[in-house]
Write a protein that binds this ligand. Structure first.
Ligand code: LAN
Length: 756
């Protein structure tokens, strides 16, 4: 990427005023909100990467661009900043490893440099291509100024991630071009100030038109574009807030839905009901011309509610949902919907939104509902309200800057999750009691101590939240949503360190018991464990999935990954506190492992829902089995799992899975060949299962060692994570934590092996 040298003291260029408008749109003072449309954000070729800094405020991540040279001197870039930005760290080569344990030591030497001041590890958490548009649209409609360095780096990121052939965007960075990705990212670029006649925009627009234009977009894009005033609300399939008035016993009441869909449906339904739209600007008028194949004035909005391009239609709407929508559009809304009921529904959704904001201090569950709640507060409380200011401030935490530009993370970070794995990695290598790693581990322990959630949310049952006292979230305490496996992995790490001589007991027994009490609420009737809550309704609810682009989004499911994490956490806990809720834990573990067996596929592997794909879940499932003593030699399930992995080992000793496996449910290799992360997962699974053929394992270990760089790091390969079957998401720290875990386990198991 060519980067223009920016001059820190340069005066602002004259505002680019949009034709036909006399009002100002953006201010250069970030945070001002009383200015009106017309001034586009300034946009440059690039920023100077050496001026960016990531601030870690007790794990609240915010990126800052230092335009002032003095500030640059006063706040030097850290190793972590440079690493995230893709700048050289200039680290010396480490002594070449003679065996896997040396490779772990080199890896840790590098990884230690990335530990952030509050004790956790941070990372980019990109991949989905529909998150940044929500943030930018929410800025635009709330008249939030976009600083030139954001606008510039958003443009760079989106250009870097456009499909090189057709110029469009997919649902995620590796996905094929879709209307969802293209229409939203094209719009984002226009809102941050890119001209419609820029050659890349001309190309993207041509692709969008080939796909049928914006009328062929899925539900969520139609929602955002209607909010923006580029579409008419009639094109949006109904999102009635009245759903929230259903009594709790109704089988399809929204409190039973998966937390993400219900938290998105909430603000969506409020805004849909209000048919709220942004103030019209010249850019909005222009987008009405750019995004459609037909003349905007002639479009049959209601008639295109169900128009969707096949590339976007991963989960076609069921006949039941189509019928419900038809009734809502043609009968309920025009003739029956009583005003008093609408007001009641809007008030109740509004109250639930306030509870979400209060319980997370405006951090919110994830960037989709955070952006929407922001707009609700703006529409409801006015531009200068406290709620608007809080959202504006907190939404910054979703942004991430890297060499390619600025993107939106899938959550406000991966803090607790990655930190827990980092600790376990050191444990697996048998290095927790080595003084060399104590300062790093102590900081990590102190971090987990501070991040444990100490109380349930107020009004827990009123806002349908799961018990969370003693839990850890995936990201941080502010977000505060307990997840079964996040609690488990963090708890295991705390126990491991606190039971290692030399580490302080920061978390007392009662707090450990609180975590266990919460974990014990997570078992489903099947025996397995889901993510945020045990399932509250059956999978039949998927017939009401209106999002089209995602699968398995309406309710919770049991997952081998989550189930295993809980099983291993409970088992480790029981070793140290054998009498606490002994019977319940034993029964829980027994039922959970029985469920793991049921979830095994006929080919012997397990389907992974949170990372790609069979190698990930099979690693967890084999660990579950081994935790009750079932391994390759004595268990048919374990043997079949190992045979499945071995059957997919590649010639070079590695494993390689493509995201297509998540979509299709079949093992699919990644076209770029073996991946260190998947190789590590498979090897960990095999070692947990005591797979007897050491040579096979050694071959994989060698591949991981060969890919390690002289400074101890591993390079980024293909994307690792997934959600809702169709959308991929990056876990950049997995290339450190799981590689080192596999190497460390091998070193512990085969102490004399050199593998060079
Ligand atoms: C995550 C990230 C972490 C992940 C694990 C802990 C790995 C998993 O084992 C349980 C589920 C969980 C917590 C999870 C759920 C869905 C999330 C939050 C995400 C994949 C990160 C982003 C995604 C979220 C749904 C993105 C926003 C999109 C919508 C469709 C609302």
């Amino acid at each position: 990427m060519t980067r223009k040298k920016s001059n820190a003291t340069r005066a602002e260029p004259a505002p680019v005023t949009e034709k036909g408008s006399t009002k100002k749109r953006f201010s250069d003072v970030h945070g001002a909100s009383n200015i009106h449309s017309a001034k586009r954000p300034r946009i440059e070729d690039g920023t100077e990467l050496s001026r960016w800094r990531m601030r870690d405020d007790e794990s609240r991540h915010t990126w800052h661009y230092l335009e002032d040279d003095e500030a640059v001197k006063e706040w030097p870039q850290t190793h972590a900043d440079k690493y995230f930005l893709g700048l050289s760290l200039d680290l010396p080569d480490l002594p070449p490893p003679k065996n896997p344990l040396d490779a772990v030591r080199n890896g840790l030497t590098f990884f230690e440099k990335l530990q952030l001041p509050s004790g956790h590890w941070g990372c980019e958490y990109g991949g989905p291509m529909f998150l940044l548009p929500g943030i930018v649209i929410s800025w635009y409609v709330t008249k939030t100024p976009i600083p030139w360095y954001y606008a510039t780096e958003i443009k760079n990121y989106l250009f870097a991630r456009a499909n090189p052939e057709d110029g469009g965007w997919g649902l995620h960075i590796e996905g094929d071009t879709s209307v969802f990705g293209t229409v939203l990212n094209y719009t984002t670029l226009r809102l941050v100030g890119v001209e419609a006649e820029h050659p890349k925009m001309v190309k993207a627009r041509a692709t969008l038109h080939k796909l049928g234009g914006a009328t062929h977009a899925p539900h969520w894009a139609k929602f955002w574009l209607s909010l923006l005033g580029v579409m008419d609300w009639d094109i949006v399939n109904p999102v009635p807030p009245e759903f929230w008035l259903m009594p709790d016993w109704v089988p399809l009441a929204p409190w039973r839905w998966w937390i993400h869909i219900r938290q998105v449906f909430l603000p969506m339904s409020y805004l849909w009901s209000k048919r709220w739209q942004a103030e019209e600007t010249e850019t909005i008028r222009s987008l009405r011309k750019e995004l459609f194949v037909d003349d905007w004035a002639t479009i049959d909005w209601a008639g295109n509610r169900n128009t969707i391009h096949p590339n976007d239609n991963y989960h076609p709407k069921s006949w039941l949902l189509n019928s419900v929508n038809w009734l809502l559009v043609n009968i309920w809304t025009p003739y029956l919907r009583p005003k008093a009921l609408v007001t009641m529904a809007e008030n109740w959704t509004s109250e639930l939104i306030d509870m979400e904001d209060k319980n997370t201090d405006y951090a919110d569950l994830a960037p989709v509902n955070a952006a929407m709640n922001f707009v609700v507060c703006y529409a409801r409380d006015g531009p200068d309200s406290h709620s608007v200011r809080k959202h504006r401030e907190r939404n910054e935490e979703f942004l991430w800057v890297k060499g390619e530009g600025l993107l939106c993370n899938g959550t406000n970070g991966v803090q607790c999750w990655d930190t827990a794995f980092a600790i376990q990695t050191v444990m697996d290598a048998g290095l927790t009691d080595h003084p060399r790693w104590r300062p790093m581990l102590l900081k990590a322990l102190e971090y987990l101590d501070k991040q444990q959630i100490r109380e349930n949310v107020e009004d827990q049952s009123k806002c349908y939240r799961q018990q969370r006292k003693g839990a850890w979230a995936f990201s941080n305490k502010d977000q505060g949503y307990a997840v079964s496996d996040c609690v488990s992995e963090a708890l295991k790490s705390v126990i491991i360190l606190q039971k290692t001589p030399g580490f302080p007991k920061l978390i007392d027994d009662q707090r450990i018991f609180d975590a266990i009490d919460t974990l014990l609420t997570y078992q489903s009737s099947s025996g397995g464990c889901a993510s945020y809550e045990p399932p509250r309704a059956g999978t039949w609810m998927e017939t009401l999935n209106a999002a089209e682009v995602f699968g398995r989004i309406m309710v919770e499911y049991d997952y081998p990954e989550c189930t295993t994490a809980v099983v291993t956490a409970l088992s480790l806990f029981s070793k140290h506190w054998p009498t606490y809720r002994q019977k319940e834990i034993k029964a829980f573990v027994g039922r959970a492992v029985s469920w793991i067996k049921i979830a095994q596929k006929p080919h012997g592997g397990w389907y992974g829902s949170w990372a790609i794909c069979f190698t990930y879940a099979t690693m967890f499932a084999l660990e579950s089995l081994s935790s009750i003593g079932e391994t390759y030699g004595n268990s048919e399930h374990s043997k079949r799992g190992c045979d499945f992995l071995i059957a997919h080992q590649r010639e070079d000793g590695g494993w390689s899975e493509s995201y297509k496996a998540c979509e299709t449910g079949e093992y699919v290799e990644h076209p770029s060949g073996s991946q260190v992360v998947m190789t590590s997962w498979a090897l960990i699974g095999l070692m947990k299962a005591k797979y007897p053929d050491k040579e096979r394992i050694k071959k994989g270990i060698k591949l991981i060692m060969d890919r390690q760089q002289p400074n101890g790091e591993w390079l980024q390969e293909a994307i690792e994570g997934v959600f809702n079957k169709s959308c991929m998401i990056s876990y950049p720290n997995y290339k450190f934590t799981f590689t080192m875990k596999a190497l460390g386990m091998f070193a512990q198991k085969y102490q004399d092996e050199t593998v060079i």
